[in-house]
Ligand binder design. Sequence first.
Ligand code: DUT
Length: 159
Amino acid sequence: MTDAPQIRLMRLPEGDPAIPLPRYQTPGAAGADLCANLAPVDRAAGITLPPLGRALIPTGLALAIPEGWEVQVRPRSGLALKHGITLPNAPGTIDSDYRGPLGVILLNLGDAPYTVGHGDRIAQMVVAPAPQARFAPVAALDETARGQGGFGSTGMGGI
Ligand SMILES: O=c1ccn([C@H]2C[C@H](O)[C@@H](COP(=O)(O)OP(=O)(O)OP(=O)(O)O)O2)c(=O)[nH]1
């Protein structure tokens, strides 16, 4: 296994120090939970997403990811199953050279309004290797057994 990288985390000036920093909830967790860090004006009422509504939810954090790695922001399955809350851009890509505020785009696919509260665990971030490839333009590609077959070309049934 590649050595785990160190990711520097900075709480932004508008970040609430009472909100826990991302952490793995169990020794084997792949994702570290991210909490909503709402603007002071939103903290009392939260941010309500109507059905099919979406919003950029601040985390109050900025990251410095080492080159060659990325952070993926992914939905939490409990919120998805119970309330239909997902990320329209899942997995959100956090680039290693990005130093701006980390935000989470939440989308309500449920049939009832959903309110995001200050401090709620809204998503999880997974750290993954992301090497930059070299793209080599060529006139023709090598042949394979699959060729151009795709999008269900091997059939859709079981057994
Ligand atoms: O869920 C997300 C997705 C992205 N970002 C930040 C970090 C990322 O590095 C930057 C740009 O994201 P992306 O490349 O997905 O956005 P884009 O629409 O292609 O914009 P850009 O032209 O700024 O790259 O926005 C977030 O904070 N949360």
